[in-house]
Design a protein around this ligand. Structure first.
Ligand SMILES: NC(=O)c1ccc[n+]([C@@H]2O[C@H](COP(=O)([O-])OP(=O)(O)OC[C@H]3O[C@@H](n4cnc5c(N)ncnc54)[C@H](O)[C@@H]3O)[C@@H](O)[C@H]2O)c1
Length: 283
């Protein structure tokens, strides 16, 4: 594989573009919003600067990485030549199904179509295409350049050749592939999101304040970050969408997003990316 198309240049898309470009792949980064592309490129440049400061890469590595990234505002461009497409658009099954239907028509026959979805069924996305055996989940963790795990999700029809190709590619990125089967939330979010939601319910019920809830989970459970801080980091809209998918997928109200989470999302307080969530940030 030489050319990777990444669809969606938000929190995850820019990180995925960063790691592939740094390993020598050409990256075609696609987003419908010109502003998202501009922000993604400046975030990648800032993150590369951080790596230079730490002595991990040189200024020349930074320039080479950035010159391997091409940005497009239409999925029609940048897909045809790709060996792998990774969809990292908004966590919404209608949007993702539309994207998979469209990229299936544009991509080369041997191109693998992957989704970075946190919770949406890979089998359902695969069923929007004429190549369900070449569709797979490639769930990177945030922040992508730092986190080692890639949760790889087999759809019902994903073939062995596709799984092996994605496992090998993950290793080339110096990340650790963990292969799981398709189910709502897979493993990572099925376990993480109910914990985050429970922390929000505790805050909503006035059991304690955000900082104390986070401190208890950090010191008591040896978590590097408290659940409310982590929710701000992930994006409160993303958390809410995943909980809705878990609730619908398991047909169980225990996953229903807390009222306070819904309220924050409705107010546009989405966490770090908007400057306010459970905490405030300078953007
Ligand atoms: N945020 C996290 O911590 C995290 C972690 C792992 C996986 N994910 C998953 O990664 C995906 C992206 O999440 P994010 O946090 O980067 O979201 P985000 O909101 O930061 O970015 C999504 C981007 O997709 C773009 N987009 C929407 N529709 C599009 C389309 N039709 N074509 C091209 N671009 C389109 C938007 O303009 C936006 O820039 C989601 O599926 C999410 O569940 C997120």
């Amino acid at each position: 594989m030489k050319i990777i198309a990444v669809i969606g240049a938000g929190t995850m898309g820019n990180g995925i573009a960063h790691v592939f470009a740094q390993k020598g792949f050409q990256v075609n980064l696609v987003d419908t919003q010109e502003k998202a592309l501009e922000k993604a490129l400046s975030t990648i440049a800032k993150n590369l600067d951080r790596q230079i400061k730490k002595g991990n890469i040189t200024e020349e590595d930074k320039i080479n990485t950035l010159t391997r990234i091409f940005s497009y505002t239409s999925v029609h461009k940048g897909i045809q030549e790709a060996d792998l497409v990774i969809e990292a658009a908004t966590e919404n099954s209608v949007i993702k199904k539309e994207i998979f239907t469209e990229i299936d028509k544009l991509a080369k026959p041997d191109c693998i179509l992957a989704s970075n979805t946190s919770s949406i069924s890979i089998t359902q996305l695969a069923n929007c295409t004429n190549r369900p055996h070449q569709v797979i989940g490639m769930h990177f963790m945030n922040p992508v350049p730092v986190m080692k795990l890639v949760e790889i999700i087999n759809g019902q029809q994903t073939d062995t050749k596709t799984i092996e190709a994605i496992v090998s590619l993950t290793k080339i990125l110096e990340k650790v592939p963990c292969v799981v089967n398709d189910a709502p939330g897979f493993i990572a979010n099925r376990i993480l999101m109910p914990m985050i939601n429970e922390a929000i319910l505790a805050l909503q019920e006035g059991i304690s304040d955000a900082a104390t809830i986070d401190e208890i989970m950090k010191l008591g459970m040896a978590h590097p970050m408290g659940p409310l801080q982590l929710a701000d980091y992930i994006g409160l809209d993303v958390c809410k969408n995943i909980l809705v998918i878990l609730q619908d997928g398991f047909n169980n109200t225990k996953y229903a997003p807390a009222d306070l989470l819904i309220q924050k999302v409705n107010e546009g307080k989405l966490g770090i990316k908007t400057g306010e969530g459970f905490y405030t940030y300078s953007v």
